[in-house]
Design a protein around this ligand. Structure first.
Ligand code: PRP
Length: 219
């Protein structure tokens, strides 16, 4: 087994599916992660990388606490969790947008105090602060679209990628906040300890990301 071990925390789900082809194109064997079943940690004897699969917010926690050396996670989560580690690469996948959305009868200019449902209270607060609007924010853990449909909130701030979830639930976009994409982030101490190995990996991935075929490989 190679002596130097680099722990990579990879966000489960969509990020995982889009990033694995990039990692493979960079020469990293992801066969164990591809055939994962219910396993969460993948260590291989043939390469210096160990993969941890976790939810996005937990990837930032692993990284902040040094339980992972590298995190692969959306910029939405890095911003919301105020990550202080080094962001070294935009992987150019997981591209989506933060939007303000609601039902067709929502009036964003109505003078009354609005109730906003979101998984991202900090980003939502900053957005409405910039608008000079005082709002009530309700934190929701998933399927945020339910909030305006059930009367829990007047509108939502959420990410949209294909727009399918909004469309299928008859919600419309009232404003665009900020773009989101998947980033590679490195723990500050890990970068000092494994500088050469980490930069070598980042350079290989950067070459894949900048090649014209990289977007095709994740479709
Ligand atoms: C995100 C987001 C929307 C959906 C939008 O949810 O919160 O619900 O994706 O994607 P679309 O524009 O491609 O339809 P996610 O899939 O992460 O699940 P969650 O709602 O359970 O958090």
């Amino acid at each position: 087994m190679p002596k130097e071990r680099i722990k990579i925390a990879l966000t489960k789900g969509r990020v995982e599916q889009q990033v694995i082809p990039l990692l493979e194109a960079a020469g990293i064997d992801c066969s164990l992660v591809r055939n994962k079943k219910r396993r969460l940690i993948f260590d291989s004897t043939s390469q210096p990388y160990e993969f941890i699969l976790a939810k996005g917010p937990d990837v930032t926690t692993f990284l902040e606490r040094g339980a992972a050396d590298i995190g692969i996670v959306g910029s939405d989560i890095l911003t919301e969790h105020q990550s202080t580690q080094y962001e070294l690469l935009d992987l150019g996948v997981g591209e989506c947008q933060f939007v303000l959305a609601s039902t067709s009868d929502f009036d964003p200019r109505a003078p009354r105090r609005k109730i906003i449902g979101t998984k991202y209270p900090l980003i939502t607060q900053r957005y409405f602060d910039q608008l000079g609007q005082d709002v009530e924010i309700i934190k929701i853990e998933g399927s945020v679209e339910l909030a305006p449909l059930t009367g829990l909130a007047d509108a939502i701030v959420d990410i949209t990628e294909t727009g399918t979830t909004l469309r299928e639930n008859h919600l419309q976009i009232y404003d665009y906040l900020q773009p989101v994409s998947t980033r590679l982030v490195v723990n500050r101490l890990a970068l000092k300890q494994h500088q050469q190995a980490i930069y070598e990996l980042v350079d290989r991935l950067a070459a894949v990301v900048s090649s014209p075929s990289s977007k095709e490989s994740v479709k």
